[in-house]
Design a protein. Sequence first.
Length: 243
Amino acid sequence: MAIIETQAALHEAHRDNHTHRDVNGGWLRPAVFGAMDGLVSNLALMTGVAGGSVSHQTIVITGLAGLAAGAFSMAAGEYTSVASQRELVEAELDVERRELRKHPQDEENELAALYAARGVEPELAREVARQLSRDPEQALEIHAREELGIDPGDLPSPLVAAVSSFGSFALGALLPVLPFLFGVTALWPTLLLALVGLFGCGAVVAKVTARSWLYSGLRQLALGGAAAGVTYALGSLFGTAVG
C-alpha cells in the first residue's frame, strides 16, 4: 500500500513539473495581438492627424474611420488567408484520400516504413500500420498528421477567424477614440489611456512567453509610444508645410 501511494505521489509530482506552456498561444495570442494592432495603428493615425493642428471633430472622424477601415481590412484579410489555407489543406487531403483508395497496400507500407524510421522494430511497425489502416478515415487522419502535419478534424474556420480579427482590432482601435467620444478635447487623455492599454496588452502577452509581465508591458509601451511620437512629429511637420 505504501509503495502504491509513493508511486502515485511521484506520478503526481512528475505531472506537475512536466506541464508545458501553450506554445501556440491558443486564442489568447491572436486576440491580444489583434487588439494591440488596432490600438497602435489607430493611436498613431490619430496623433499624426492631431499633430497637424486640426479640429476636434476631424480627429474623432479620423479615429472612427481608422477603426472601421482597419477592422474590415483585418477581417477580410484573415478570412481570405484562412480560407485559402483551408482549401489547400482540403485539396491535399483529397489527394491522400485517393491514394488510400487506389493503392491501400502502398500507403500501408509507407506508414510502416515511417514508424520503422523512427525506431520501431520493423515487424511491429508493419503490424501497427496494418491495424491502423483497417479504417479508411482513421488511416487518412494518421497519414495527414504524419505526412502533412495537420489534423483533418481541426481545420480553422475562416468565418471565426474573420469575426475574431474584426472584434479584437476594433476593440483596440476604440480605446484612443473613447476620450474624444466623451467630450475630451485635449490629446493627453487619449495618450494616457492608450499607453495604459499598450502596457496591459504587453503584460497579457507575457502569459504565452517566458518574459515577465513587467518587461513585456514596458516593451509594448515603448514601441507604441514611439510610433505615436513619430507620427505626431510627422503630422506637425506636414501640417506646417501644407499650411
